[in-house]
Design a protein around this ligand. Structure first.
Ligand code: 0X9
Ligand code: ZN
Length: 443
């Protein structure tokens, strides 16, 4: 992500294995090990030596890019999910939940209306002050993360190294005209050709600032291809149709990085009529659209858009899912909170079909065990309508999940990649192991 050259930049280009390893060996005096593939390199690169570049001094003015940002980080009293849902609708972008309180970002004008709406604001600080205390590092130290160009480079490298098993295609264009890339892992069919195989879909980065979710999805793809001769993985490659779209919201991810300093940007890069930036893509799907936990105010971080599927990014996902009748399982990676969430997100009642509920609960429990996260019906956290997971299940019957990756900030630093990827790869392998017929779990 960083634009400044550093030794860690070598790890960006996982396609150039020898160069990477040479750089790693030279930089860290480690023995050369040319048998390592990109996934193993990632694990190595994330080790303590590689993950600790010298932090840059915190220069005066380093947070000036947020000076004109009118959002505040607030902590507000909230007893239960009903309070939390109402706060989302009032424009609070909930990032953290604790006993009796929630914290997150909110527009100044929306914040000023909270008291009149009956909420107690315990503390508040401008985003600039919050950022000063909560950035672990400057982006230069986060070089192992992949920005848009690096993500594409990595996907191309994986495709080039595994031509028999993969193909790379675009789900569609974003507001700013970027492609939403998707790597297909299926030796039998390429690109968008139909397949009768059961399909699984891994997605990342619906929210711009959740860069770790891009890394996890990339890690799943790299792992599968690196271990493609393992009998278990080979079985998945020979029987399933696997898709990985690590960066669903590339405009939002790039906007977050554009100044060279993080902007806490959640939404896409749509310029709204009031000149505010972005629609919350995870509120824009057509499942009880904007009925709860979402805001009609364009400036709010939970803005649901002018109508369902108003955004090219969600439309692209919709079109893709609708043309994949074999799609059985879906994982949408987000951050942060260490949770494994299943439908419904948009209503408090459980999934109606007892059989489906059994599948959801069994899968969530198993994936939670693999990650160490907590399994939960999404609406137990708060009710929020219009997300990917609810839409994919409601309209297409897909066993769709949301993982909230670990961490205590959207910018957990480079070392977190090496922690989050392996445990989520484990969960992803479980998801693949049941994709052929998830209903077996309900027998
Ligand atoms: O609010 C969201 O879109 C997701 N959380 S995030 O912090 N990554 O923005 C959670 C979606 C799951 N839905 C509910 N918890 N209702
Ligand atoms: Zn998110």
């Amino acid at each position: 992500m960083a634009r400044k050259p550093s030794v860690l930049l070598y790890f960006h280009n996982r396609s150039s294995m020898k160069k990477n390893l040479l750089a790693a060996a030279l930089a860290f005096n480690a023995p050369l090990a040319f048998c390592l593939g990109p996934y193993a390199q990632l694990e190595q690169a994330a080790g303590p030596r590689a993950a600790a570049p010298a932090p840059e001094p915190r220069l005066p003015g380093a947070f000036d890019h947020l000076a004109a940002d009118t959002r505040y980080w607030v902590t507000v009293a909230a007893e239960d999910k009903f309070d939390r849902t109402a706060l989302l609708a009032a424009g609070l972008d909930i990032a953290e939940i604790r006993e009796g309180f929630v914290s997150g970002l909110i527009e100044k004008t929306a914040m000023e209306q909270l008291a009149a709406k009956g909420f107690f604001v315990k503390s508040r600080q401008p985003i600039r002050d919050y950022a000063k205390n909560h950035l672990k590092d400057f982006p230069a130290a986060d070089a192992p993360y992949h920005n848009y160009a690096e993500t594409l480079e990595e996907l191309r490298a994986l495709a080039a190294a595994n031509p028999a098993e993969t193909s790379l295609f675009s789900l569609g264009k974003t507001v700013q005209g970027r492609d939403i890339w998707c790597l297909r892992i299926n030796p039998a069919e390429k690109g968008e050709a139909p397949s009768a195989r059961p399909a699984a879909f891994f997605m990342g980065n619906h929210h711009g600032r959740e860069h770790l979710s891009n890394e996890v999805a990339l890690g799943v793809a790299a792992y599968l291809l690196e271990r493609k001769t393992d009998p278990e993985i080979r079985r998945y490659l020979d029987t399933l149709d696997i898709y990985v779209a690590p960066m669903t919201n590339p405009d939002g991810a790039e906007y977050d990085l554009q100044t060279g300093k993080y902007r806490w940007h959640r939404k896409n890069a749509r310029v709204n009529p009031d000149k505010s930036i972005g629609v919350d893509l995870n509120r824009n799907y057509d499942s009880r659209w904007c009925q709860a936990g979402a805001s009609h105010s364009p400036g709010a971080d939970t803005y649901c858009g002018p109508y369902a599927f108003s955004e090219p990014e969600t439309l692209a996902v919709k079109a893709f899912i609708e043309t994949r009748p074999g799609l059985r399982t879906l994982m949408s990676y987000h951050s942060y909170s260490s949770l494994l969430l299943y439908p419904w997100a948009g209503k408090s009642t459980p999934v109606e079909s007892a059989r489906d509920r059994k599948v959801f609960e069994t899968m969530a429990k198993a994936m939670a065990a693999a990650t160490g996260y907590r399994p939960q019906q999404a609406s137990d956290l708060y009710v929020a309508t219009g997300d990917t997971m609810d839409w994919a299940y409601e309209k297409r019957g897909v066993f769709a999940f949301t993982t909230e990756l670990e961490g205590t900030t959207f910018y957990p630093g480079a070392a977190m990649i090496g922690k989050a990827v392996p445990r989520n790869v484990k969960a992803a392998m479980y998801m693949l192991s049941v994709t052929e017929d998830p209903y077996k779990l309900a027998q």
